[in-house]
Design a binder for this molecule. Sequence first.
Ligand code: NAD
Length: 355
Amino acid sequence: MKFLVTGGAGFIGSAVIRHLINDKKYSVFNVDCLTYAGNLASLHSVSKSDLYHFQKLDICNSDGLRVVFDRYQPDVVLHLAAESHVDRSIDAPAVFLQTNIMGTYALLQAALEYWRTAPLDVKQRFRFHHVSTDEVFGDLALGDAPFTEMATFAPSSPYAASKAASDHLVHAWHRTYGLPVVISNCSNNYGPYHFPEKLIPHTILNALSGRELPVYGDGQQIRDWLFVEDHARALCLVAEKGALGETYNLGGGSERRNIDVVKSICAILDDLAPSLRQPQLASYSDLIAFVKDRPGHDRRYAINAYKIRDQLGWSPKETFESGLRKTVAWYLENEGWWRPILNGEYMLQRIGDAR
Ligand code: NAD
């Protein structure tokens, strides 16, 4: 199987590529333009493999995409490239609309042209898997049932709205042009190689450097957490076995309040790294500080993942407790990955590579 993966240098994309190459032995072509969130260091374990190919390319570049499709002749497109950070979408939405909407449009068009003229066997196998988020559904009240695949779209942030728009485009390209697509909408991911601006790595790394652990508002916002490697397995399964035109909701069945996530990280660090804690602190949790809430902040997301469980036999291997412990341990052991991000060296290395 030949997978064309977009956004493969990002957090989830790199987990998917490691899974496709190390576990499935599939060929992968990674298309990524390397924004601040893309980091080829996350792919070190596979980058020397004959199965791995990379091209630095913006998914808005239609001509470039056409060349990649023609040369690589993929069986599957796994589309993850996106701007993904909600706070950044509030401060500067334009690039979110450009990449998440127009980039998805350019990729759909390139895929459609390729699929229409592909040899019959490729045409029959071909699938376009669009990777999306539960944030397209907006938020839930405390007693509401978790989102099913039938939930109405009600996005709150510019990020979520741009992802919702891209989901609509993918559905339309299926209904109108017959492009063989599948879509998945997943809850919050966490795990190794997560960019330090997101809640869990931000908390771990701030705690290790003795800085404040900021928690938005009252910290009562609830997210349904999924370990990234469980998500990677699910994406591969949906891409290969999902019914065409269908959507699959993916989640960990692990609803946690943000404040409890931060406290759990502190408890694990107290256990694994007491010697790195500043002497004046009794616990890393002494660093917790409540800060002004994000505008339009959704209170609760929760996913009903029964469809993929019942139809495709997927379930997460990690509980939130086991996955979080693995994640904290990974950050303790992999300063070589995160330090260059914190001090900006990873961007300088990139300029050096390009010279
Ligand atoms: P990420 O921000 O870590 O990575 C995004 C990747 O896309 C980066 O490597 C970046 O360089 C690349 N990229 C951005 N714009 C591009 C462009 N114009 N052309 C080519 N490459 C580009 O994101 P992530 O957390 O890995 O999320 C991946 C996908 O999964 C996104 O589509 C996101 O909406 C979705 N998703 C994420 C989560 C989550 O919790 N992180 C949950 C559900 C769904």
